[in-house]
Ligand binder design. Structure first.
Ligand code: AP5
Ligand code: MG
Length: 212
């Protein structure tokens, strides 16, 4: 099964992707995670990506399309299927994805769109914490780690500062609409109410995927 998960920054794409991957055994491909790994390793691509990500801007399409196409062609993805998270982010990326899938003889089965009002997203992102060892995402208030956790074992993303979040939201609101339109015309979009508990969001997503 080949899926996309869409939604504004903080909508819960990564949180739900972890659950979808566990339930449906597909490969999670997150361009944000790929860029952060390259940034941590200080590769040439990572340094280039950082110059955009730190400002809340999108990394240029040629770079992003290249890394996704390469990942999609790998054997594990062909075998198990994929869940793309954070890609496509521009209409040109959507067209590049269509072309890449055609070349690989693959197709999309569904687009999960997590719908959340933008005003709640700053709060979600400013309280997000990530486990340094496992990479698991939590929220200080909405989804805290179990028990008395040690704050030093968690970090906050550089781009979760309020100024950057505002820019990320503006960019994504502007770019997202035509992409959704593109997939709606193909009958692929399943809208999910994102303003509810994490487990309730997942229940809706699961139901939608099973029916695809
Ligand atoms: P990326 O990493 O994709 O970030 P994003 O789209 O801004 O989304 P986030 O990861 O911030 O949010 P999420 O929806 O995954 O939410 P999460 O589950 O963590 O991209 C980062 C940057 O990389 C971009 O700005 C861009 O520069 C670059 N980039 C990436 N892809 C690109 C592309 N294709 N083209 C060009 N550039 C690209 O949840 C957020 C918080 O809310 C957590 O704390 C979580 O615990 C909490 N939460 C989740 N669900 C709920 C709920 N239902 N109720 C309450 N709290 C919740
Ligand atoms: Mg994410």
């Amino acid at each position: 099964m080949n899926l996309l998960i869409m939604g504004l920054p903080g909508a819960g794409k990564g949180t739900q992707a972890a659950k979808i991957v566990e339930e449906f055994n597909v490969i999670h491909i997150s361009t944000g995670d790929m860029f952060r790994a390259a940034m941590a390793n200080k590769t040439e691509m990572g340094l280039l990506a950082k110059s955009y990500i730190d400002k809340g801007d999108l990394v240029p399409d040629e770079v992003t399309n290249g890394i996704v196409k390469e990942r999609l062609a790998q054997a594990d993805v062909k075998e198990k299927g994929f869940l793309l998270d954070g890609y496509p982010r521009t209409i040109d990326q959507a067209h590049a994805l269509d072309a890449a899938l055609k070349e690989l003889g693959q197709k999309l089965d569904g687009v999960i769109n997590i719908d959340v009002q933008p005003d709640s997203l700053v709060e979600r992102l400013s309280g997000r914490i990530i486990n340094k060892k496992t990479g698991e995402t939590f929220h200080k208030l909405f989804n805290p780690p179990k028990g008395n956790y040690d704050e030093n074992e968690y970090y906050q993303r550089e781009d979760d500062k309020p100024e950057t979040v505002k820019r990320r939201l503006d960019v994504n609101i502007a770019q997202g609409q035509p992409i959704l339109e593109h997939y709606r015309n193909l009958g692929l979009v399943r809208d999910i109410e994102g303003n509810q508990d994490i487990s309730d969001v997942f229940a809706e997503i699961k139901e939608a995927i099973v029916k695809l």
